[in-house]
Design a protein around this ligand. Structure first.
Ligand code: SAH
Length: 410
């Protein structure tokens, strides 16, 4: 058998017929849709996942067995049925119409093979194993590990998005959520952009291990070391982001948790926009949900809490600048998650109780969640402020108020 000739098919708007609606089709269809193909699915029955795609209008479903005319106008057909006779009839119809035919049931009968694939930003690696799909997957996994390895040095400039010939000239900024503390809780996209950065501007709460692994030539700016008051420091950070980007650098602004949850991400976006610097925002796993979870507390639970409210406690309830209506929050039944609330915890809990929330409401504090230093405490709304002081809990910590605290304790 001759070697196959590899191609990257550009399927946008082009008809691809998938014959079969079972497990194989379920695995094949998403990549076709991702490539923008006009998918026609021919099968008497569908798996629930495929049915959902059809119901959402992402593909067209013809609910019957295959007929040769189904291939009229198609550029490609994928056969995902077990029955060899049915599969062969698709092959015959495909050959008559000069349509390439992928066969899940019999690779030797196929006129095209689907490779094992790994994607890394703009780069797609496709591996054919000479007829052995497992060999292809083994090689693919090795390449994926190499490209995704937590070592930016492995990415040669040719693989980096910013250096592709058609990439936008000039610099740009990505606001990336680093997650709550565990370095593995950054998103795949956030991690990739970090490995591609020329400059990284990092917050105090960003997992140190992520920074440990940056390439040696990356300029690292520690935003917590900027020696001004909070508002001057923010102006200075905005200035660094804009200046570096205008000088042509790819700047990653790495922020704890999610960039838009009490992270001043919006201000940084506006500063960049005002200077004409393109910005990408990569959401992160926020501590407001992850810290409770790390202490075994779900922020919602069936028949316990149908809502959760995230609030900043950095201002005392009676502070003139406070935007929080604590008396209204006291009337809610659901889960209340308070960030930056340790300093004002006595005043906050007293206000909630004064306006009607029961002092017996289960309450927890989780400090440095998802890190090796995580500590947590279970108490009640009435006692938590004193208990947190007695236990010497320190920021960063999240306070969780509500019946969800303890729900999963067994
Ligand atoms: N953007 C961040 C929040 C920034 S405000 C996010 O989405 O998570 C900083 C506050 O977040 C801290 O005072 C603390 O209340 C909370 N916080 C951040 N990381 C935390 C962690 N690992 N454990 C507990 N609380 C954390």
């Amino acid at each position: 058998m001759s070697n196959p000739y590899p191609l990257g098919l550009r399927l946008e708007g082009r008809r691809v017929v998938v014959v079969g609606g079972g497990a194989v089709a379920t695995r094949r269809v998403p990549a076709l849709l991702d490539a923008g193909a006009d998918v026609l699915l021919v099968a008497p029955e569908l798996t629930p996942a495929l049915r959902a795609q059809a119901d959402a209008g992402r593909l067209r479903w013809v609910p019957r067995r295959f007929a040769p005319d189904d291939l009229d106008g198609a550029w490609l057909v994928q056969v995902a049925v077990d029955d060899p006779l049915a599969a062969e009839s698709v092959s015959v119809a495909a050959a008559q119409r000069r349509v390439f035919c992928v066969r899940a049931d019999d690779r030797t009968a196929a006129t095209a093979w689907t490779p094992a694939v790994t994607r890394h930003g703009p780069v797609t690696v496709a591996v054919l194993g000479g007829g052995d799909p497992r060999r292809a997957m083994t090689v693919r996994d090795a390449i994926r590990d190499l490209l995704g390895a937590r070592k930016g040095t492995l990415l040669t400039p040719a693989v980096e998005e910013g250096s592709l010939p058609n990439a936008q000239p000039g610099g740009r900024v990505a606001l990336v959520g680093a997650g709550p503390g565990d370095p593995e809780l950054i998103t795949v996209k956030g991690w990739r952009l970090l490995t591609e950065a020329d400059v990284v501007v990092a917050d105090r709460l960003v997992p140190g291990l992520l920074l440990d692994e940056l390439r040696a030539d990356v300029e690292l700016v520690d935003a917590s070391k900027i020696p001004y008051g909070p508002s001057r420091a923010q102006e200075e950070i905005n200035r660094i982001l804009v200046d570096r980007a205008l000088a042509g650098a790819f700047v990653v602004r790495l922020k704890g948790g999610d960039p838009y949850v009490f992270g001043r991400g919006g201000e940084e976006l506006l500063a960049c926009a005002a200077a004409g610097v393109p910005v990408t925002v990569v959401p992160g796993v926020t501590s407001s949900i992850a810290a409770p979870a790390a202490a075994g507390i779900p922020v919602t639970h069936r028949s316990v809490a149908h809502e959760f409210t995230v609030v900043s406690g950095h201002l005392a309830p009676d502070a003139p600048a406070s935007l929080v209506r604590w008396e209204a929050l006291a009337g809610l039944r659901g889960t209340l998650v308070i960030l930056m609330g340790l300093k004002n915890l006595a005043a906050i809990t007293a206000t909630l109780i004064a306006h009607g929330r029961s002092p017996q409401t289960p309450t927890a504090v989780v400090q440095e969640a998802t890190t090796g230093a995580q500590r947590s405490l279970r108490s009640t709304l009435g006692a938590v402020a004193a208990d947190a002081v007695a236990a010497n809990l320190r920021p960063p910590a999240v306070v969780v108020v509500g019946d969800v605290v303890g729900t999963l304790d067994v």
